[in-house]
Design a protein around this ligand. Structure first.
Ligand code: SAH
Ligand code: SF4
Ligand code: F3S
Length: 436
């Protein structure tokens, strides 16, 4: 009988996409994929190492499976914790796992799993590749309105706080031709939306063609209704890219633009390579070309040596820009990073908490203000599921700017575009009534 595998995914959209690649690789190799750990012969956790709590969740999950599972499934750790902690994972006596495989080793998984099932020796494949982009693998996509496509992998930016350059290796891009073929296939499968992914998506290049060229080409593919991308780095945001976003109706007017800090000294310590003024100027350029753009961001509070005054620069930038939403993270020291080697984690936990609370409160107000400004407007939403967060009847969809909109029950279907008049707003969602 075919062996059954279960894959649990943590972390970012790149990991979601990778799990679809892994599912593609393993089903081709004859494995069955299950969703209940009790049915699985092999359990794999595709992990994230970006912050401390991401690690803890995975350790908790492994203990859970070991305690609850009647048999003894083979357990593997994939993804960013595998390449971040390496053999330490296998040597940890409390963590009973059988193999680890990093983001560039997934084609070898059928072989690794076979070995792990046969022997009691622990197996590791965490080597990096300068060329692996999985161009030749057909991902087994999760059904829905959106299809992920990784256009580049790895990161060469080395922001000093970040573990990703060490967990995913060097940057490499796929060819434009290969990506467009995948997007065409996605269109044939009926997905109305594609999201182009990369750790630093706008540093994509294929010989002389850059990310703006790729975006322009992808938006020519007819059956695709919406194109999104994640995550751009402010330093690679060219005027040419702004023009392509502004002039292509299919490219969604939502930009997730990570700020990290509003203070120029802290930004330099982070190696972000832009200043407070540089970021504000970039947002001005974007808004000039796309007045309706929805901007979201990531912030880190309590980076080593960040003073109260320097934190106030972050508050100042958030007030000036008025992002539609923001993820606020407390600085978390990560093994192997430049910041971990150079700077003691010296901002006290209570200060990090107070700064997080302050920014979250500010963002609640801003988000509410931004959403309330949409009341009475008509927007086109792409229906993505039936029912809403409170399990009321109805449908949920997203605006072009990626805002969640709930509408009353009616005769709709997933992937349909519907014009909706916005009637209510909270900081996190909108409600509306379809226009006939
Ligand atoms: N490649 C993406 C970010 C990936 S990590 C980019 O550059 O935009 C997602 C977010 O996690 C980052 O934007 C940052 O805000 C946060 N993050 C990364 N490392 C962190 C750390 N050590 N402590 C706290 N937050 C961190
Ligand atoms: Fe990490 Fe910076 Fe690369 Fe983003 S750009 S993945 S924050 S090193
Ligand atoms: Fe996490 Fe790795 Fe993504 S560290 S955020 S899963 S690139």
């Amino acid at each position: 009988m075919n062996k059954k595998v279960l894959i649990r995914t943590y972390g970012c959209q790149m990991n979601e996409y990778d799990s679809e690649l892994i599912t593609g690789i393993l089903t081709t190799a004859g494995y069955g994929v299950v969703t209940d750990p009790m049915d699985a012969d092999i359990v794999m956790l595709n992990t994230c190492a970006v912050r401390e709590n991401a690690n803890r969740r995975v350790y908790g999950k492994i203990h859970d499976i070991r305690h609850k599972h009647p048999g003894r499934p083979v357990i593997g750790i994939l993804g960013c914790i595998a390449t971040n902690l390496k053999n330490k994972l296998l040597e940890d006596k409390h963590l009973k796992i059988d193999f680890i495989a990093g983001p560039d080793s997934y084609k070898r998984l059928p072989e690794i799993i076979q070995q792990a099932c046969k022997t009691h020796n622990k197996i590791a494949d965490i080597t990096f590749s300068k060329i692996e982009t999985y161009e030749d693998i057909v991902p087994e996509r999760v059904e829905g309105v959106n299809a992920w496509v990784a256009v580049m992998r790895g990161c060469d930016n080395f922001c000093t706080f970040c573990v990703v350059p060490y967990t995913r290796g060097r940057e490499r891009s796929r060819s434009v031709k290969n990506i467009l073929n995948e997007v065409k296939q996605i269109a044939r499968e009926g997905f109305p939306q594609v999201t182009l992914l990369g750790q630093n998506v706008n540093s994509y290049h294929d010989n002389s063609r850059d990310f703006a060229d790729l975006l322009a080409e992808a938006s020519k593919i007819e059956a695709i209704k919406r194109i999104r991308f994640m995550s751009p780095h402010p330093k690679d945001f060219s005027n040419k890219l702004i023009d392509v976003i502004a002039n292509n109706p299919k490219v969604c007017k939502h930009i997730h633009l990570p700020l990290q800090s509003g203070n120029t000294r802290v930004l330099a310590l982070m190696n972000r390579t832009y200043t407070k003024k540089g970021f504000l100027d970039l947002v001005d350029r974007i808004r000039e070309a796309c007045p309706d753009v929805v901007l979201t961001t990531d912030i880190i509070v309590g980076f080593p040596t960040e003073t109260d005054n320097e934190f106030n620069d972050t508050v100042d930038v958030l007030k000036k820009i008025e992002f539609d939403s923001a993820f606020i993270f407390k600085y978390s020291q990560r093994e192997g990073t430049i910041a971990a080697k150079k700077y003691p984690d010296d901002v006290p936990e209570e200060k990090k908490t107070a700064r997080t609370v302050l920014l979250n409160e500010l963002m609640q107000q801003t988000a509410l203000k931004k959403n309330q400004a949409m009341i009475s407007q008509t927007c086109e939403i792409l229906i993505e599921r039936e029912g809403n967060n409170r399990s009321e009847n109805g449908w949920a969809g997203r605006t072009n700017g990626n805002k969640l909109v709930l509408i009353p029950d009616g005769d709709y279907k997933i992937s349909q575009l519907v014009n909706v008049k916005i009637t209510e707003a909270t900081p996190h969602l909108l409600r509306g009534i379809p226009k006939s």
